[in-house]
Design a protein around this ligand. Structure first.
Ligand code: NAP
Ligand code: F7E
Length: 341
């Protein structure tokens, strides 16, 4: 297969998968991605790659597959022969995991095991990245959380991510895999799914500004999260697989803010008073909540040389600007709403 570096990404069509694919293509990799068959397009986040004037899309290869289907994973591994595998595919919504706990466990924990086993069966040396999550710390009150903080999962999603974390460590210990867990705290961007709270807020606030929507319904405003900017987190994933030895790393900004603070910042940025537009809806509460996450990324800083570059105000600016453009397009298409310069 020659000397070109090859990577395989599960979840390539997701927020992180799309940024990671761009990063790896920019470094000269051939990038293989696993996409699920869907009745609507689920590769829109990869559109920027197809518009890249450097035609990096010529090194992008998409394969139908699923983490619940081990034969597809084996087939794709045989075709792609990757040196690096990034396992980002997941049912990643915490609230939804309470509605679909069994499915979430199948994709997130057994799916990781299926992929690790498929890699083991190839007999090839593959570097493996597992998308672990700060949700695994759950309601552990210890802050800031680092690699030694005890997991106390508060959702089926978090419990499934814990199992995947341990499988990854086990394959490192038992079979000598170069396998790393990136314990990433919340990270957002204009590509964030619209049902996660930051994007739900920036999408709604910009639509409210243009008169396309009146109200925004939210759940718990008191939860605190450590929010960073997604493209920077994709860099940390890549760095983990370039080290001499495999390890687990917390990736975070070290700052925490409540959902209410995020709301205030976004609405203020648009010259709006959130209290006039936001209403409580108990449907968005969770049977168990994670009250506060705040990460200590000292290890990533020391070993990977990684540090966050975008603070919360910067993140809000980026997301509001992108969603304002989207709302303007919607307004132009409908020919309705307020005219805002
Ligand atoms: P995302 O936008 O929800 O993307 C998840 C991707 O996984 C999508 O491409 C999705 O495909 C795919 N997927 C879902 N079920 C699958 C299955 N059965 N088989 C194969 N692929 C499947 O999530 P993200 O924010 O990019 O996060 C990437 C990873 O990091 C996830 O594992 C997430 O749990 C984890 N994580 C995220 C954060 C964060 O703050 N974003 C923090 C820590 C960890 P469809 O488009 O077809 O649904
Ligand atoms: O919720 C509260 C909600 O859904 C953040 C995933 O990427 O990050 C993400 O999980 C907070 C929670 O993200 C609404 O109760 C209030 O306290 O944006 P979220 P999350 O649950 O932190 C982690 C690190 C992952 O690994 C996950 O994959 O916001 N909240 N009102 C709301 N949340 C949502 N979604 N919708 C609301 O209306």
């Amino acid at each position: 297969m020659g000397s070109q570096r090859r990577a395989l990404i599960t979840g390539i069509g997701g927020q992180d998968g799309s940024y990671l694919a761009e990063l790896l293509l920019s470094k000269g990799y051939a990038v293989h991605g696993v996409v699920r068959r869907s009745s609507t397009f689920n590769t829109e986040r990869l559109d920027a790659i197809y518009q890249d004037p450097h035609e990096t899309h010529r090194r992008l290869f998409l394969h139908y597959g699923d983490l619940t289907d081990s034969s597809s994973l084996r087939r794709i591994l045989t075709i792609a022969e990757p040196q690096e595998v990034y396992n980002l595919g997941a049912q990643s919504h915490v609230r939804v995991s309470f509605d679909q706990p069994e499915y979430t466990a199948d994709v997130v924990s057994v799916g990781t095991l299926r992929l690790l086993e498929a890699i083991r069966d190839t007999g090839r040396q593959v570097r493996f990245y597992q998308a672990s999550s700060s949700e695994m710390f759950g309601d552990n009150p210890e802050v800031p959380q680092n690699e030694d903080t005890r997991f106390q999962p508060s959702s089926p999603y978090a419990a499934a991510k814990c199992a995947a974390f341990w499988y990854t460590q086990l394959y490192r210990k038992a079979y000598g895999f170069f396998a790393c867990n990136g314990i990433l705290f919340n990270h957002e961007s204009p590509r964030r799914g619209e049902t996660f709270v930051t994007r739900k807020i920036t999408r709604a606030a910009t639509r409210i500004k243009l008169g396309l929507q009146e109200k925004l319904y939210l759940g718990n405003l008191d939860a605190s999260r450590d929010w960073g900017y997604a493209p920077e987190y994709a860099e940390a994933m890549w760095l983990m697989l370039q080290q001499e030895k495999p390890n687990d790393y917390v990736v975070a900004t070290g700052e925490t803010h409540t959902v209410r603070e995020f709301l205030e910042l976004v609405f203020q940025h648009l010259g709006l008073d959130w209290r006039k537009h936001v209403e409580f809806d108990k449907r968005y509460l969770r049977p168990a909540e994670v009250p506060m996450l705040k990460g200590d990324a000292s290890r990533a800083r020391k070993i990977l040389g990684w540090r966050p570059r975008t603070d919360l105000a910067g993140l809000v600016r980026i997301m509001v600007q992108a969603d304002m453009e989207l709302a303007r397009k919607e307004q132009a298409a409908k020919g309705v709403g307020n005219q805002v310069p």
